[in-house]
Design a protein around this ligand. Structure first.
Ligand code: PLP
Length: 363
């Protein structure tokens, strides 16, 4: 079969290779999974069941269920108007539509290194080039460094805060300094805010608050543990939302109707207890890694931590971990460098302790 060139250009996620390696392990300590380990809050589950029973199973408008959209606009404190919001098939849907709408063959998008895998691979899907801005070793971008990478082909900039895989959370001042560079060169920002609920003792600031020309993307996969429900949204410049809506019409069509109905309830459902549990897990994993002698930056958000490997390459070290029944991910899955490994602390406390004990022995 003759496949399109974009197939070869796009690499399959390296995470899957770890799952293949792990297939033979019995009851491994699994600190590799980027999904919350708490249940979807029961009022949200009830709302979805009720919507299904009530027969709310048809297509919704392409932009999304009207009532849900209204609730979303309210939750964003009236910053956006109705024509500036689009309900999407989770943040992955929003990212896909944004890349399709903004990037031509040969265009460049500024992508953080380390990155969430899709930021890089979606560029290849649309024939664009990801240009990496370095955030090593403290996981923060340097605005002057970003400016040096801007060329006449630069069309967009993407940032996640709180970030996967680093857990970094940008302050208002840090975002404003980046925004000043983007504004000078009139570059649109894509802001992935999927971990906005997961900030530990720090303020979450949306890039949309400091820079007008920003597409904000958020969703319910992480905050409400709804990874398989596929619900998210994008908000930002009307022209871009209109373009994305056009592509949604011919691709995703709409996010699942009963899930959109449940989204109204999700917006009203407090998850602060679940977040408090994750703050404790963050403390446990960070202090455990420091005590074991790992070189690691303290993450302020999300549910990942990215320590430096103690020796060799990331793949070699993760191989040792797997042999010792611990699943973590090589940093090079999320980076052009091979020096770190990602731990997702979305596991019960006793599993995190077991994982730390294995890491202490391997140090
Ligand atoms: N963005 C980031 C930074 C993520 O870590 C993920 C999932 O791991 C996504 C987006 C995709 O999330 P979803 O499509 O479930 O909303």
């Amino acid at each position: 079969m003759r496949l399109a060139n974009r197939v070869a250009a796009t690499k399959a996620s390296g995470i899957r290779k770890i799952f293949d390696l792990a297939a033979d392990l019995k009851n491994p300590v699994n600190l590799s999974i980027g999904e919350p380990d708490f249940a979807v809050p029961s009022p949200v589950r009830d709302a979805a069941c009720e919507a299904i029973r009530a027969g709310r199973s048809g297509y919704t408008p392409t932009q999304g269920n009207r009532e849900f959209r209204r609730a979303l606009l309210e939750s964003m404190n009236g910053k956006y108007s109705d024509s500036q919001v689009l309900v999407t098939s989770a943040v992955s849907g929003a990212l896909t539509l944004a890349y399709l709408s903004l990037l031509e063959q040969g265009d460049e998008i500024l992508v953080p290194d380390p990155y969430f895998v899709s930021y890089k691979q979606l560029a290849h899907v649309v024939g664009a080039t990801p240009v990496f801005y370095d955030t090593y070793p403290k996981w923060k971008a340097d605005p002057a460094g970003i400016e040096k990478l801007i060329t006449p082909r630069t069309r967009a900039f993407i940032l996640g805060s709180p970030a996967n895989p680093t857990g970094a959370v940008y302050t208002r001042e840090e975002l404003a300094a980046i925004a000043a560079v983007l504004k000078k060169h009139d570059i649109v920002a894509l802001s992935d805010e999927i971990y906005s609920a997961f900030c530990y003792g720090c303020e979450f600031v949306s890039f949309g608050e400091v820079y007008e020309n920003t597409l904000v993307m958020d969703g319910f996969s992480k905050s409400h543990a709804m990874t398989g429900w596929r619900l998210g949204y994008a908000a930002g410049p009307e022209e871009l939302i209109e373009a994305m809506t056009k592509f949604q019409q011919f691709t995703f069509v709409c996010a699942p109707a009963p899930v959109q109905a449940a989204g109204i309830v999700a917006l009203r459902t407090d998850v602060s207890e679940q977040i408090a549990v994750y703050a404790k897990k963050r403390d446990l994993i960070y202090s455990g890694l420091i005590a074991a002698g790992y070189e690691v930056e303290k993450p302020d958000g999300a549910f990942y931590i990215l320590p430096k490997v103690p020796r060799g390459t990331d793949v070699e070290f993760v191989g040792e971990c797997v042999k010792n029944n611990l699943l973590v991910i090589p940093g090079s899955v999320f980076s052009e460098k091979a020096t770190h490994f990602r731990i997702a602390y979305t596991a019960p406390e006793e599993k995190i302790r077991e994982g730390l004990e294995i890491l202490r022995r391997l140090r």
